[in-house]
Design a protein around this ligand. Structure first.
Ligand code: XIL
Length: 393
């Protein structure tokens, strides 16, 4: 008896504490959970899924569970690409990247051509990946993505030939004469586009040529060749793969303003000069609650020139933690952006910049922000998915 009551006393002593804070590896949240939502010191409450949050070791202070969200039921099971094609678009697609392809659950969804009829390599066709030293080309990783598209019966977007970013230092820090850099661009675009000849629907030949105020971005290309680098790259790409649609791609051109006007003036000049240009890509890296209002009008300004347009890198980020309200607004935002493309006949397709928060570039690029994709980090659809469905249907 003595021993039992001592045990009870010890247990009883712990009961209030146990109700107040969950222990390490204990549950601390989730749909229907009514127990403790804070964790003991040295652990943090991590959302494992909508139904289960767990105290995992990792921080020095106790924390409160982040808001849990209800699971989303798809409003259509047809698939985003099926819906987009039924509505007259060429594709609904996603970016992807080589390291993610070891995740078989991820690949299964990516490869489902009912959801995705097009893929874009997030990194492996960029200059630093394809020509790390002058004249030496590596296509191993790019080929993996190209072959995946082929296996899945998906269109492929080449990304990209000429960009100020992710350049090997022999390019970004090289000192070139204009003639020398012309040869460098011709060789790079010609070789890369030529390698994928016949496999690519469209190429982002030139990426991000402008600053946000509509002036030309200062980089090795502009500083050496002025604006002529654009036509040098486009002509090299056309010669290397006459059937690929050649695009210039940029961000912050989705609303009327100096940058959209600069892009419009550039493509007008290229057309007037007889330079090959087929389309303009609108990256569409947006923020929840502030998607552009004049997007359709801007798209129509470009298609009026006879060009096609595409949404090439759509994601809509939020300041974390995600809440039901933010996810609901995000669904509306996805719907309105996709609707703008739907309303413009020559907006040929929509690509999201990876389909899942698990592999989004956003958290590592924009501090404190994330949850930008239509699938969450458990590869489960979010309300944003149904926002897209509503626009495509
Ligand atoms: C991003 C990739 O997703 C990241 O993995 C990489 O670290 C940086 O580049 N605009 C573009 C894309 O045109 O190439 C960028 O991709 C995202 C912004």
């Amino acid at each position: 008896m003595m021993k039992l009551s001592a045990t009870f006393a010890v247990l009883a002593g712990f009961i209030p504490y146990a109700l107040g804070q969950a222990q390490e590896w204990g549950q601390c949240g989730g749909i229907g959970w009514t127990g403790a939502t804070t964790c003991v010191s040295g652990t943090t409450c991590v959302v494992v899924n909508s139904y289960y949050s767990q105290c995992q070791p990792g921080t020095a202070t106790s924390t409160t569970s982040t808001t849990t969200t209800a699971s989303t039921t798809p409003s259509s099971t047809a698939g985003l690409n099926t819906l987009a094609k039924a509505a007259g678009k060429l594709y609904f697609g996603s970016a992807t990247d080589n390291p993610e392809l070891s995740d078989s659950a991820y690949v299964t969804i990516l490869s489902n051509s009912k959801e995705f009829g097009q893929i874009t390599p997030g990194n492996s066709m960029k200059w630093d990946a394809t020509e790390p030293t002058r004249g030496t080309f590596t296509f191993t990783n790019g080929d993996v993505i190209a072959n995946l598209a082929k296996t899945n019966g998906q269109l492929l977007r080449g990304h990209n030939c000429v960009w100020h970013n992710q350049l090997p230092s022999w390019v970004s820090s090289g000192s070139f004469t204009a003639a020398d850099l012309t040869t460098v661009i011709q060789n790079h675009c010609g070789t890369v586009v030529g390698h994928y000849k016949g496999q690519v629907y469209s190429w982002d030949v030139v990426n991000e040529p402008f600053n946000d105020d509509g002036t030309w971005r200062s980089d090795v290309f502009y500083n050496t060749l002025n604006t002529t680098y654009v036509s040098i790259a486009l002509q090299a790409a056309r010669a290397a793969d006459p059937n690929a649609k050649l695009y210039i791609n940029d961000y912050n051109i989705e609303n009327s303003g100096a940058k959209a006007t600069a892009m419009l003036n550039l493509v007008k000049q290229l057309i007037a000069d007889g330079v090959p240009i087929d389309g303009v890509g609108f990256q569409c890296h947006f923020i929840v609650g502030s998607v552009p209002t004049s997007f359709q009008t801007v798209l129509e300004q470009f298609t009026a020139l006879g060009l096609e347009v595409a949404i090439t890198e759509l994601d809509i980020r939020m300041t974390l933690p995600e809440t039901d309200a933010l996810l609901a607004q995000q669904a509306k935002d996805y719907q309105s952006v996709v609707q703008a493309c739907m309303n413009v006949e020559k907006c040929v397709g929509i690509t999201i910049w990876d389909y899942t928060d698990k592999y989004s570039w956003v958290p590592s690029t924009f501090s404190g922000q994330g949850a930008a994709c239509p699938w969450d980090s458990n590869l489960t659809i979010k309300p944003a998915y149904n926002g897209i469905v509503a626009a495509l249907s």
